[in-house]
Structure formats: C-alpha cells, structure tokens
Design a protein around this ligand. Structure first.
Ligand code: ADP
Ligand code: MG
Length: 612
C-alpha cells in the first residue's frame, strides 16, 4: 500500500497521483489529508510556500465533492490571477479520472459573462480571486449559498493585498455550517482575526520550513526609479567584470527587449524564452555553458532547471509575480557549495515584496546603492591591471617583440604601465564622465524623478490603451486594474472607458507601481501602454478635458511603437532575434550604450565567430 493510500485517498485520486509522479506525501499533506478526510472540520494550516499545500487541500476536497451534484460545493480563494489559474490547473490534474467534476477559474481582467456562463454549466469547484468573486456574488452570477467548503489559500498574501473586506463578505454570505480551510505561510494578526471570527474551533497544523534559501547565496537589493532599471543593470554588469549571470524578466517580451539592448550596448548577452525554437534554446544554453554568454536573460519558465555551475549572480531585473518564484531564481547561483549573489533591482512601490521574500528565504537582504561611474572606472582599472599581470603569453608574439620594444624604448616602466592601462581606462572614464549625474539621481533622488504630479486632491489620472473595443466596461476594467495591481477595492477610481482607450485615477502613492506593473503587462500578446494624463479627471469642466485630449494632453510616445517602454526615442529596433549574437554586435560608438569593454579586441574566446 503506498503512502498516499495510507492517508485514505481513493482509487481515482491515487491513479492521478501516480500520473503526477508524486511518490511520497509532503509533511503538510501527511498531516492535513487524513484530518480533512475523516470529518468536516475547520482547519488552519501553516506551511511555507512550495510545501505542497495545493494537494493538501485539493486531494481531500476532490474526494469529498459529489460529482453527480452540479451545485457549486466548494470555493477556493486565492490572491492573484496567476495563482488562481495555477490552482485550477492542479485541481483539474488531480481530478482527471473523476467524471463530471468541473472546476472553473474566476478572476478579474477576463470576461465576467464568460466566467458566469462556465459556472452556470455546473462547476462544483470555483477557484477565485476575492475581488472578482465578490462582484459575481453581488451581481447574482454565482450562488455560494450551498457550498460545503471554503478554502482560503495564501491567506496572508490575500490580506496583504487588501482583500480583507471581500473575504469577510464572502465568508458571511456563504452558509454557516460550511467548513473553512485556511492555508497560509505566515500568521499575521489579520489572519488570526479571520480564524478567530469566522472559523469554528479550527484544528491547527504547522509544518517545518522546507524551502529556506541556500545559505551560500547572499541577497541584495538596489532601489532605483522605474525608468533607471536598465541603466542600473548595465552598471551592475560593469561593476562586476567577470559576471556570469542569469537575468530574470517577467515576460518574454521584456526578456527579448533587455537582451537586445544589452547586445546593442556591447555585452555578451542572449535571450532565453519560450518563443525560441528548441534548437535555438539549445544553442543559447551551449554558449552560456561555454561562457561565451555572460548575461543570460531569461523568463522563469525557460530558466527552469538551468543547472550551470559557477553562476556568480542572479539578477532579478523585475521581481516575479509569485514571491515563491524568487527561490527558484536565486537557486541558479550558489550551487555546489560555491558562493553566489542574488540581486534585486527594485522600485519603491515594490519594496514590501522584499520583506515577503525575506520571510520565505529566512535571510535578510542587504540594501546597496548602484555604483557610481567613478567606482566602476576604478573596478575596471584594477580588473584590467590584474588581467595584464595574469595573461598567458602566446609565443607567436615573440617575433614581433623586438620591433615593439623599439616603439616603446623611450618609455619608463611607470609610464608604460600608465599608458597601457589608459588605453582601456579612457573609454570607461569618458563614458562615465558624461553620465556621472545619473548615479547621483538614482541614489539620491529616489522616487522623485518619474513620479507623477498629483492634482489638488492627491490623485493621478492615467491613460491606458485598452477600452470598450477590448470588451471592457468601467466595472470590468476597474476589476482588472485592481487585481493586476494588487490594489484595494477603492484604490482605482474615475474609470472612464472609451473605445480604444480609457482613463482612470489612483492616489499618487500608487503611481510608480501603476506605471511599472502595467507597462510590463501584455494582453493577448499586445503590450499595454499606460501614461500619466494631464487630464485630471474632473468632470464637467467646461470642455477642458476634451481640449486636453485633443491637444495631446497625454503623450502616446509619438508613434505606434510608443508601446515600447524605455525605448521611445530609439527608433526601430534591430531586426532579428537577439539570440546568440553575443559580442559580435558590440558597437562602441552607440550613444547611450556602454563603454566598450576590456577585451573587446583581445580575448580570443570572445572573438570566436558564433554560429547561430
Ligand atoms: P505551495 O502551495 O505549498 O506553495 P504547491 O502546492 O504549489 O506548494 O506545490 C509545489 C510543487 O510541488 C508543485 O509543483 C507540486 O506539483 C509539487 N508537489 C506537491 N506535492 C508533491 C508531492 N507529494 N510529491 C512531489 N511533488 C509534489
Ligand atoms: Mg500554493
């Protein structure tokens, strides 16, 4: 009898578990499953992320649901759209041998009518984000009056995101005699309050920490303005001449764009993401292993399972949506007992994520500042001096040496060294002389630049390039924005939907987050573009608003390519894929690019022609 069978799971679940390849239950599963199967009880389960909580509630839930009854019997609430979809997928896999059991995902940003229709067709299990669920209840699109089970997954995160009221409402509208199962990584006060007020004598289980980070990895973050992200990345690379790193972005599109920019700016970089063919991916990975690529820019999915040793830095160019993903990322460095550094480039609005991550990895971050141009020049100078000292001489050069000695014969040893080093150093110092004030800004004026100017009431109005043409009305757009931004119920207001675009307001404090998150968001493959509108959203203002719109009160980036954040003035991108181009694309003169790098004309391994 296998371990899962011992927990009391039935035949169809056991078959699915075998298909999934789970051999032994995790600790939280071992503790929760028998309890939940045995009787109808409330439960509070505390376990870190990655410990298998979905199956801990999913298996017993599926076994207890009656697939012949088409009523909604269980509601699973989860904090984000991504998690909601992930749980739905897992549940479907677990229940694949159970005929008639239907699970539907309900979340903001997608058509509410379509979701309502799916629910109507008969969904015994609904997996939902609290905001959208509350709306569906309000509009009478779902019936939770007969549910037997309500599961709060990642309760701490949901409350962090301001869903307290929604959760309380949903718990109060559903039957008193249902069972409530609360799963959480931590137990902050608000979670305890929910447990106390809305649960009946919950059983409690706690499991040990499974996924605390590797102690050979140190964690650092650098606070920058959203628009300085890329510049910060370049400086970090310049300050670490021997960097061998994986750079994580949130989307394929960003991954591609960052890799392309790095290549244009002369770095050994390449993109790794799901739009590449398998052959392309293999080729990129081969170059990375050979260290022809120093900066591998990757999506989480594509980088899954990268097992390259000696990665010196993991760089979170953008933080992942799921805090737990951070662990997978940072695990790419510090392997095989080596030391590694995991770096987060972060904006002010995301700072709270750092403490969430600290709780998971059980390690503290060190806050650092992006090195100044002079610091970088200094690092590069010493790096160069050491390279000269350590370089292995190829004796092919011997025959040229007498003539070369002749050229240098009037220089003293000190002068010769000074001049040799200057050959490289001058390029760096010239570049950073021009750019010097930028580091002062990113370190000193945090949050000042790029911040929106609020109107008198402290609100900021935005333009966004989605509208009724994309099937949004003001309610569904509000839902979508709130869910995507992780904002509370009333944080998005004055939503005004036009055909091809819309306007909305938030308080000024959210503006950096709004711009940062939405501008890296894609919808059906299309880039979302959000800009601060000069139109302040005050209605009935003697036509002023129309005037502002017509007069270009909001900027759309001047062209169709205005979607491309941070690249608005750079004209066309280079065509083709960035993959595998490596340093061959170095352009020493490109304005705004990086200074040409040591070894641009020297190190043989860098000059190998690359076969794509
Ligand atoms: P949590 O919700 O605690 O963060 P998940 O339920 O998302 O964790 O599970 C994390 C990963 O572990 C998933 O990929 C899941 O498929 C896998 N997993 C869960 N239980 C087991 C098990 N018993 N054996 C092997 N893998 C498991
Ligand atoms: Mg989970």
């Amino acid at each position: 009898m296998n371990k899962f069978e011992q927990l009391g799971l039935n035949e169809s679940l056991l078959r699915a578990i075998t298909d999934l390849g789970f051999e032994n239950p995790s600790e939280v599963q071992e503790k929760a499953i028998p309890l939940l199967l045995e009787k109808d009880t409330d439960i509070v389960a505390l376990a870190q992320t990655g410990t298998g909580k979905t199956a801990a509630f999913g298996f017993p839930l599926i076994q207890k649901i009656d697939p012949e009854n088409r009523n909604t019997q269980a509601l699973i609430l989860s904090p984000t759209r991504e998690l909601c979809l992930q749980i739905t997928n897992e549940i479907k896999l677990y229940a694949k041998y159970i005929k008639g059991l239907h699970t539907v995902a309900v979340y903001g940003g997608a058509s509410i009518t379509e979701q309502a229709r799916e629910v109507k067709r008969g969904a015994q299990i609904i997996v939902a984000t609290p905001g959208r669920m509350q709306d569906m209840i309000n509009r009478g699109l779902v019936d939770v009056s007969k549910i037997d089970y309500c599961i709060l997954d990642e309760a701490d995160e949901m409350l962090n995101m301001g869903f307290y009221d929604d959760i309380v409402n949903i718990l109060s509208t559903s039957p008193d005699d249902k069972s409530t199962w609360l799963f959480s990584a931590t137990m902050p006060q608000e979670v305890a309050r929910i447990a106390k007020e809305f649960m009946r004598k919950p059983l409690e289980i706690t499991v040990g920490h499974k996924n605390s980070g590797s102690s050979t990895v140190s964690h650092e973050f650098y606070l920058v303005n959203a628009r300085d992200r890329y510049e910060a990345l370049k400086r970090l690379a310049d300050a670490n001449p021997d960097i061998f790193s994986v750079v994580f972005c949130r989307t394929k599109r960003d991954t591609q764009a960052v890799a392309e920019k790095l290549i244009e700016d002369g770095y050994n970089a390449a993109a790794l993401h799901g739009d590449l063919s398998q052959a392309q991916r293999d080729s990129v990975m081969k170059s990375f292993r050979n260290r022809q690529i120093q900066m591998l820019v990757a999506t989480d999915v594509a980088a899954r399972g990268i097992d390259v040793d000696n990665v010196t830095h993991v760089i979170n160019y953008q933080l992942p949506d799921e805090v737990e993903t951070y662990n997978h990322r940072s695990g790419r460095t510090g392997r095989a007992g080596k030391l590694g550094t995991s770096i987060v480039i972060i904006t002010k609005s995301e700072l709270r994520k750092i403490s969430a991550i600290e709780r998971i990895i059980k390690q503290k971050f060190e806050e650092k500042t992006i090195p100044s141009g002079m610091e970088i020049c200094e690092i590069q100078l010493f790096h160069l001096a050491n390279r000269i000292k350590d370089v292995e001489v190829d004796h092919e050069i011997d025959s040229y040496l007498p003539a070369i000695y002749e050229v240098m014969k009037d220089l003293s040893k000190e002068e010769l060294i000074k001049k040799m080093v200057s050959v490289e150093f001058n390029r760096f110092i010239n570049y950073y002389k021009k750019n010097r004030d930028l580091s002062a800004q990113s370190a000193g004026e945090r949050g000042e630049r790029g911040a929106a100017r609020p109107n008198d009431s402290g609100a900021v109005r935005y333009f966004i390039n989605i509208g009724s043409r994309d099937n949004y009305d003001w309610m569904s757009l509000k839902d979508f924005l709130r869910d995507t931004l992780g904002l509370g119920r009333d944080d998005v207001f004055k939503v005004d939907v036009k055909e091809g675009f819309s306007f909305f307001n938030t308080d000024a404090e959210h503006s950096e987050k709004v711009l940062d998150i939405l501008n890296s968001f894609q919808m059906d493959g299309r880039r979302i573009n959000v800009e601060i509108s000069k139109n302040d959203g005050r209605d009935n203002n003697s036509g002023r608003r129309d005037h502002n719109n017509r007069g270009g009160g909001f900027k759309r980036g001047g062209s169709d390519r205005g979607f491309e954040r941070g690249n608005r003035n750079s004209g066309e991108r280079r065509g083709g894929s960035s993959y595998g181009e490596g340093r061959s694309g170095a352009r020493n003169s490109s304005p705004g690019g990086r200074p040409p790098r040591r070894g641009d004309s020297a190190a043989p391994r860098d000059r190998k022609p690359r076969r794509n």
